[in-house]
Design a protein around this ligand. Structure first.
Ligand SMILES: NC(=O)c1ccc[n+]([C@@H]2O[C@H](COP(=O)([O-])OP(=O)(O)OC[C@H]3O[C@@H](n4cnc5c(N)ncnc54)[C@H](O)[C@@H]3O)[C@@H](O)[C@H]2O)c1
Length: 506
């Protein structure tokens, strides 16, 4: 097998654009000699000059030593023609994202490089298998998918096509480690791991918005504040730009033959047509002034109410904590076994909406207010039934806010916002494991490093409890009768057995 740690290892990089330069930088810093080639005559030399400036800047900032910067630059060369890559052990392409261009490039490279040279593609959206199929020796072709900016995004997906030799992926895995990156191994499938696992967060948030449950700013606040995501889904869409994210969502949905779990929202095409791309166009879901998002004002907390509060849903783990918190916030509690006629009835549903919870517990829907019991910390999400009075809702809002909890009010929703979005992420992560696209550990590593989620999807499911995630999905599935919410067999089995979602199968 090719030894990625040999001293004379030579990496060819075709395409000296954003990605090619980033790959060159991390390879050279990892001690790998690099040859850059680009079809635009001056591009490779320009890339080398720019890498020289970048490396000096890193040395000035004290991130690397002057000696390391000099040695890394000395390892980077430019090839005048494709035949200059003849001595490479691996050639990775980062050219234009076109199947035909990549197939043609690999055909030409096969005529130049040695028989044991590996050919790697940095494609994000094309099939590695389809690129390899154009080659005389498709077993030497694999995906080597880096994320932008390469020096900061420390994960790389090593993608095995249908015809890729195991040893080819093994060698790229070792090369990635030498470059200081964390390799994860994926079968060639649409979106590989990261772009596949990322479907849940955005499509479910868009669905909540499209259903009129909450506006984009509230959804972002809940997912940041209550569920711990670094960026809300609409901040993320604005950052990426709808011109980029909308086609990715549509492509993955169609590549999976209209799998409802990945269904994009009709809101996207309409916003794209309106030019509401995001940060880059000055307006997306948020308006931007001087590059900064203009967040709408948070509604003021209503005045404290004298209405007594009664908490239902016996058996819910969050019930006692909520009672203590309401008491600390100065609320008048109704501790009766059933609510007094004037009491506001608080329910704590999992996967159900407030209306269903009120009916299930035999409560007056006009006095029922639901609080999300799973994401109840310094943050609370509240919703009423369509009949809940403003005074009942405001009484719970004021009592929670009085105890120092930040409150966001939404309209009635099966699974609030965080429950359903997190359940979708977990379910899709489980199905990636079920399809054997990657190991459970690699799925979680790819998602934490590639998407910056607080936990990988499987660990996220374990944190809530597999049985709880299954209950949320079953309730959503029953409510909407939409196969989008059908639980993955991976989740169902592990939840029933009561074991971690990271449990592999021999
Ligand atoms: N930009 C990203 O965030 C990102 C992330 C992951 C993967 N990718 C993938 O990496 C690849 C490159 O993306 P980029 O953002 O660096 O693009 P880029 O436009 O910055 O660079 C592409 C470079 O390839 C050169 N090129 C085009 N066709 C060529 C050919 N046939 N032979 C030699 N050179 C050729 C161009 O002159 C250009 O310098 C694409 O396949 C893309 O899907 C991009």
């Amino acid at each position: 097998m090719l030894d990625a740690n040999r001293d004379d290892f030579l990496l060819g990089i075709v395409g000296a654009g954003l990605m090619g330069r980033g790959i060159a930088q991390v390879a050279a810093l990892g001690g790998v000699r690099v040859l850059l080639f680009d079809s635009r005559a001056e591009a490779a030399a320009e890339a080398r000059d720019e890498l020289g400036r970048t490396l000096s800047m890193l040395a000035q900032k004290g991130k690397i030593t002057e000696a390391a910067a000099g040695a890394a630059l000395a390892r980077i060369g430019a090839a005048a023609g494709l035949d200059g890559l003849a001595g490479c052990h691996v050639v990775v392409e980062a050219i234009v994202e076109s199947l035909e261009a990549k197939r043609e490039l690999f055909r030409q490279l096969e005529a130049v490089v040695a028989d044991d040279c590996l050919l790697a593609t940095n494609t994000s959206s094309l099939s590695v298998t389809a690129i390899a199929a154009a080659c005389r020796a498709p077993q030497r072709v694999a995906g080597f998918h880096f994320f932008s900016p390469v020096p900061l995004m420390k994960v790389v997906e090593v993608v095995d096509g249908a015809l890729t030799a195991l040893a080819a992926g093994d060698a790229l895995t070792a090369l990635a480690r030498r470059m200081g990156h964390a390799p994860v191994r994926a079968q060639d499938t649409p979106g590989f791991i990261v772009n596949h696992a990322g479907r849940g967060y955005l499509t479910e948030a868009l669905r909540v918005l499209g259903e009129g449950i909450a506006d984009h700013a509230r959804i972002d606040r809940i997912l940041r504040g209550a569920a711990g995501f670094r960026l809300g889904p609409f901040e993320l869409l604005d950052l990426t730009g709808l011109d980029v994210s909308c086609p990715v969502m549509e492509t993955i949905y169609h590549q999976y033959y209209e799998e409802p779990r990945y269904r994009p929202s009709p809101l996207l095409r309409q916003r794209l047509a309106a030019g509401l791309l995001g940060r880059k166009s000055g307006r997306g879901f948020y308006a931007y002034a001087d590059g900064r998002a203009q967040f709408p004002a948070v509604p003021p907390v209503p005045p404290a109410s004298m209405l007594p509060l009664w908490v239902g849903t016996p058996g819910c783990g969050a019930r006692e904590g909520l009672l203590r918190r309401l008491e600390a916030g100065g609320a008048r509690l109704d501790r009766g076994t059933r609510p007094a006629p004037e009491s506001v009835c608080i329910v704590l549903p999992v996967g159900r909406d407030a209306s269903t919870a009120a009916l299930d517990e035999g409560l007056d829907p006009a006095r029922t207010v639901a609080v999300d019991p799973l994401f109840l910390d310094l943050y609370a999400t509240l919703m009423g039934t369509p009949l809940t009075t403003a005074s009942a809702r405001d009484a719970v809002w004021a009592a929670l806010a009085g105890g120092g909890t930040e409150v966001t009010v939404i309209r009635d929703s099966a699974g609030f916002v965080a429950q359903r979005v997190v359940a979708m992420i977990v379910n899709i992560g489980c199905d990636i494991a079920q399809q054997r696209i990657a190991t459970p550990q690699d799925i979680d590593r790819a998602v934490t490093l590639g998407l910056g989620y607080p936990l990988g999807p499987l660990a996220m499911g374990d944190a809530l409890g597999g049985a709880t995630v299954l209950a949320i999905l079953d309730a959503l599935h029953g409510f909407y009768r939409d196969p989008r919410y059908r639980p993955s067999p991976w989740l169902t089995r592990r939840a029933r057995l009561g074991v971690s979602l990271l449990t592999p199968e021999p």
